[in-house]
Design a binder for this molecule. Sequence first.
Ligand SMILES: Nc1nc2c(c(=O)[nH]1)N[C@H]1C(S)=C(S)[C@@H](COP(=O)(O)O)O[C@H]1N2
Ligand SMILES: [Mo]
Length: 252
Amino acid sequence: MSNVTRRQMITSGLAATAGVSSIAVAAHLADQYGLLPPDCGNLYRPGEVLTFASQRLLGSGSPAREFDSSQISKPPHANGKPLASENFKKLAANGFADWRLNIDGMVSRPLSLSLSELRGYSSRSQITHLACEEGWSFIAQWTGVPLSHILELAGASAKAKYVFYFSIQSRWWDSVDMSDAYHPQTLVTYGMNGEDLPVGHGGPLRLRVPRQLGYKSVKYITRLTVTDTLKGFGKGMGSSAAERGYAWYSGI
Ligand SMILES: Nc1nc2c(c(=O)[nH]1)N[C@H]1C(S)=C(S)[C@@H](COP(=O)(O)O)O[C@H]1N2
Ligand SMILES: [Mo]
């Protein structure tokens, strides 16, 4: 059976069984083909399982929609206030010259990159939508280095399955699988609407994951860890948001 036919069969099988509400059957089928997001355990959220499964079957190419510059929201919505921590204030006081992004885990060359080093790599800009699960959203232009480039610089192992990213705000950390990690729209972001990324939006550095809901775009990132397991990070659910009840995978 050709690959396409097999994929078509699995997708329509998933859709059909979900349609007649035999979610357990759909989930069993999805599990056989490695299509279940890692946090679903035995409690399936059919919508998420199906988006994850169909996006993975369609391949990592499917991009988030990009907009025209005339569609950029004015003024952009900021969800956060500048951080009050002394450590952050000290870093901000000298223009984040001492900010570092460390890359460790399953890499052959661990890195510690400054903002100016990051700005020196070839960048990508894209105008995408950031949607909060609470209902509001905005469109902005985001500029940064594709995460894929940093993974290549660090020599990420071919056996890796996830990239974790950690904020200076310790309650915020998350992970993506390699399909999202190597996706060209996943950006280590330092610019917004042609300026430095404002602190309210996660400046100086944030991971933008435009194919998922806003909470996966963690602000103030200081560390990336390449790994083949979710174990050993918090409760093993892959995400601080998942520990608070959100889905690990929230594709849009
Ligand atoms: N470090 C950190 N990252 C974070 C958050 C946060 O409070 N702290 N909020 C998340 C949520 S719930 C959303 S919807 C978006 C909001 O992004 P914005 O501030 O650019 O609007 O950031 C996400 N990343
Ligand atoms: Mo959010």
